[in-house]
Design a binder for this molecule. Structure first.
Ligand code: KIV
Ligand code: ZN
Length: 511
């Protein structure tokens, strides 16, 4: 078995998903969970792209112990210095230097000759090596590049001190055979290649990212660059959960293994979805909510007789605990806490107590509370902030779903409640407008998705939304048995997040 290193770029390439903006505290929360999952490298951000990315990388570098923490940098000196500064506290720091290698990138983006790109890359890798022992080098758009240039470029980078060479299919153009051949060509041709780790980084524009990544690994690459839920630029990156579970399920056939604790995949996938505001499509492999559901009678019958008739993986191996009916109105504190623990939530006393109170509220509105309901409650907790607006009351009246008015009352801790009303184009629009007025923040809903957490007409509705506030798009998430309340909670969560961004930005300006 060949051990494959898993390089997770959820916090860097994943954060380049349109409309995703993670606060440093949110990135840290995800990084801690990625380390528990057992990824080998966490690409924490691009420090020279913004103050907040710099801080996020610095915070993660200080916290993470076992995994390598990587920071992205162009071949520019100030990018590399900034990445090195952000990584100062890391136990295992890596600077990831990138340039481009395709003719179209050289001509239109870099406006440089091949020789100039090579010279610049050598200088950049050498500079990065003055600060860290581990330097990854990537030539963007490798798949559409002349292989002869890639060979020269990688050889030069290795000579200059790169320890990892990454081969990106930046625009998701490859097909598996072709990508495998590219990696094989690199392995056979590039001098010094055996001294370094060969990495693959695929995008999913044609839906082939996982297939191409596997082709690359089978052709001799030793590191896969992936993102949870497959998020990332455009159609996204190779999904971590897919590579992890192909290797876990078919490892014997592939001769590959990873060191991932795959049972942590489900919880961290849900965390990423909640913090980014990007819902996971229901039929998404491994982490979609239908991935372990069986609809037809024949399938259900088969599963009841023998699970392996229709299941090639066990849901618990990817952290999906079958949705069982567990608690109700008469369940006590102890039963609730035991269930929380069984679902993997190790929370402080005060958080458990607060969740128990919300669980009791829920049992007033919903007869049967399932594991999914409990998960939704637990995952709904916001990243610690005590200046957030809370929804106190809301009222909506709607005429045929079109003309609608809403009145809301919101309150920040220690302040007077604010009450506002607005008319809107439908109940959700009216609610959002009233909330924006009350919070004093104009927002535009750019994405809204509603799905039910469990079955039945009293099921909780879960809303994920993205809201543009000024020039920033922020995500929000809300759960309630009342879908309008879930909508209001999600919108307000997004406004709260926008407020935290604004507070950070003004603190940085003053500082
Ligand atoms: O897709 C890409 O080429 C990248 C590089 C920065 C590695 O994300
Ligand atoms: Zn990428």
């Amino acid at each position: 078995m060949r051990r494959i290193a898993i390089f997770d770029t959820t916090l860097r390439d994943g954060e380049q998903t349109p409309g995703v903006n993670l606060l440093p505290a949110e990135k840290l929360e995800i990084a801690v969970r990625l380390e528990e999952l057992g990824v080998n490298v966490i690409e924490a951000g691009f420090p020279n792209s913004s103050t907040s990315d710099f801080e996020a990388v610095r915070g993660i570098a200080a916290e993470i112990g076992a995994a390598t923490v990587a920071a992205l940098a162009r071949t520019k000196e100030d990018d590399i210095l900034r990445a090195a500064a952000a990584l100062e506290g890391a136990r295992h720091p890596r600077i990831h230097v990138f340039t481009s290698s395709s003719a179209v990138h050289l001509q239109y983006m870099l406006r440089k000759s091949e020789d100039e790109v090579i010279e610049q890359s050598i200088a950049a890798v050498r500079l990065a090596r003055r600060y860290v022992d581990d330097v990854e080098f990537s030539g963007q758009d490798a798949m559409r590049s002349n292989p002869a240039l890639i060979y020269r470029l990688l050889e030069a980078a290795i000579e200059a001190g790169a320890t990892v060479v990454n081969v990106p299919d930046t625009v998701g153009y490859a097909i598996p055979d072709e990508f495998g051949s590219l990696i094989r060509g690199i392995r056979e041709t590039v001098r010094g290649i055996d001294r370094v780790t060969v990495s693959v980084h695929c995008h999913n524009d044609l839906g082939l990212a996982t297939a191409n990544t596997l082709a690359g690994l089978l052709a001799g690459a030793d590191q896969a660059e992936v993102a949870l839920n497959g998020i990332g630029e455009r159609a996204g990156n190779t999904a971590l959960e897919e590579v992890a579970m192909v290797i876990a399920t078919r490892g014997a056939a592939l001769g590959l293994e990873t060191g991932l604790r795959t049972a942590a995949i489900g919880p961290v996938s849900r965390l990423v979805s909640r913090l980014t505001g990007i819902p996971v499509q229901p039929n998404k492999a491994i982490v979609g909510r239908n991935a372990f559901e069986h609809e037809s009678g024949i399938h259900q019958d088969g599963i009841l007789k023998e699970r392996t008739t229709y299941e090639i993986m066990r849901p618990e191996d990817v952290g999906v605990i079958p949705n069982t009916l567990v608690l109700g109105k008469h369940s006590g504190r102890h039963a609730f806490r035991v269930r929380l623990q069984a679902l993997g939530y190790a929370l402080e006393e005060s958080a458990q107590e607060e969740l128990f109170r919300r669980f009791k509220d829920l049992t007033d509105r919903k007869k049967e509370v399932t594991d999914d309901d409990i998960r939704a409650l637990a995952e709904e907790r916001l990243v610690g902030d005590d200046d957030s607006f809370m929804l106190e009351t809301f009222h909506v009246s709607s005429l045929g779903g079109r003309q609608a008015t809403a009145t809301v009352t919101i309150r920040r801790p220690g302040r007077e409640p604010v009450r506002e009303a607005a008319a809107g184009d439908g109940p959700v629009d009216a609610l959002c407008q009233a909330l924006s007025r009350a919070a004093g923040m104009a927002g535009t809903l750019v994405h809204y998705a509603l799905h039910s957490v469990s079955a039945g007409s009293d099921a909780q509705g879960e809303v994920a939304c993205q809201v543009r506030v000024g020039d920033r798009v922020v995500g929000g998430h809300g759960v309630s048995t009342d879908v309008l309340e879930a909508s209001a909670l999600a919108y307000l969560a997004a406004l709260n997040r926008a407020q935290r961004w604004m507070a950070r930005e003004s603190a940085t300006e003053v500082g």
